[in-house]
Design a protein around this ligand. Structure first.
Ligand SMILES: [Fe+2]
Ligand SMILES: [Fe+2]
Length: 302
């Protein structure tokens, strides 16, 4: 297919302080949403390092142009920052929950198994993972206030910052896959595996965490979970089908607009990003300068 190079994303290494946050109960009005998000968080320190390793393999084994390599390195930088942020969040989460500790072990086991597959498969998995992450961002932005209203501001900011950067770098792993001699041929199978792993872990993990919540017997919350599953399927399935085409590139997908606008509010001079607020909107960084999460240098190797 025609070679396309995605634009260079910025690496923002945001670090959070979870010492005063009940990370297992951060969503005060919809704990079922918080449980699902926490399951996703528990998987990230295993899923994203695997994606990073496969991107590095793709850079080594593929035929990327120089700007494509720079974009892939920037993507690795963003993913490494996500891993560090989720590790810190999960440390708080697992210290208070046996279920979270078990899910953390299970996520490690799943990706240890995936690591035995070929690099070509893993590179295709990385491209599929990124498409699913983009779909998650598009789904979340479609009803931001409903999903994040009533949530702890820092926890909401963690998940939204991560999703926003998934939009920003949506096409780079696809470029790495297309530059590899054999990875593209593995995409269809890799997409199915990525979907089963990510969605399956979110459902099983989210329900396991929610089962310990006082609201677990409320049928309205279960109805809401079913509605979210259906609405997510309506976002993912058309994109999944489109992505199987040889002429597909993620840059053809329309970005959800708010997340890109929010990332532009990041201030590299002060290393801050506006926190998400319960009002359902981000606010000026000047007005939350004492609360804004800070960006500190993090070095990581995967
Ligand atoms: Fe990420
Ligand atoms: Fe990503």
């Amino acid at each position: 297919m025609e070679s396309t190079v995605s634009s260079l994303p910025n690496v923002r290494r945001v670090r959070f302080d979870w010492s005063t946050v009940e990370t297992d109960q951060w969503h005060h009005s919809m704990p079922e949403f918080g449980a699902g998000a926490n399951a996703v968080s528990l998987l990230m320190p295993y899923a994203e390092p695997y994606v990073i390793r496969m991107l590095r393999a793709g850079i080594d084994e593929g035929d990327l142009p120089a700007d494509g390599r720079r974009a892939a390195e920037a993507l690795i930088g963003q993913e490494a920052a996500h891993v560090n942020a989720h590790r810190a969040f999960n440390k708080s989460l697992t210290s208070a929950s046996f279920t979270a500790r078990y899910l953390d072990w299970f996520g490690a086991w799943v990706f240890a198994r995936l690591s035995t597959r070929s690099n070509a498969f893993g590179i295709a998995f990385a491209a599929a993972f990124e498409i699913l992450a983009f779909c998650s961002a598009r789904w979340a932005e479609a009803d931001l206030r409903a999903y994040f209203g009533g949530a702890d501001e820092d926890a909401a900011t963690l998940f939204l910052w991560h999703l926003a950067e998934e939009v920003e770098h949506k096409g780079i792993a696809h470029d790495v896959m297309c530059a590899h001699p054999t990875a593209r041929s593995k995409y269809r199978r890799a997409f199915v595996v990525a979907f089963v792993v990510l969605v399956g872990f979110t459902i099983v993990g989210g329900l396991s965490l929610f089962a310990r919540n006082l609201h677990v017997l409320n049928p309205l919350r279960w109805a809401r979970l079913v509605r979210w599953g259906i609405s997510f399927a309506f976002v993912v399935l058309p994109v999944a089908a489109t992505s199987l085409s040889d002429t597909f590139h993620p840059d053809q997908l329309v970005d959800p607009p708010w997340m890109a606008m929010w990332l532009r509010e990041f201030d590299p001079a002060s290393n801050t990003i506006p926190v998400w607020t319960n009002a359902g909107d981000s606010v000026s960084k000047d007005s939350v300068s004492n609360e804004a999460v800070s960006n500190e240098g993090i070095s990581a190797s995967y």
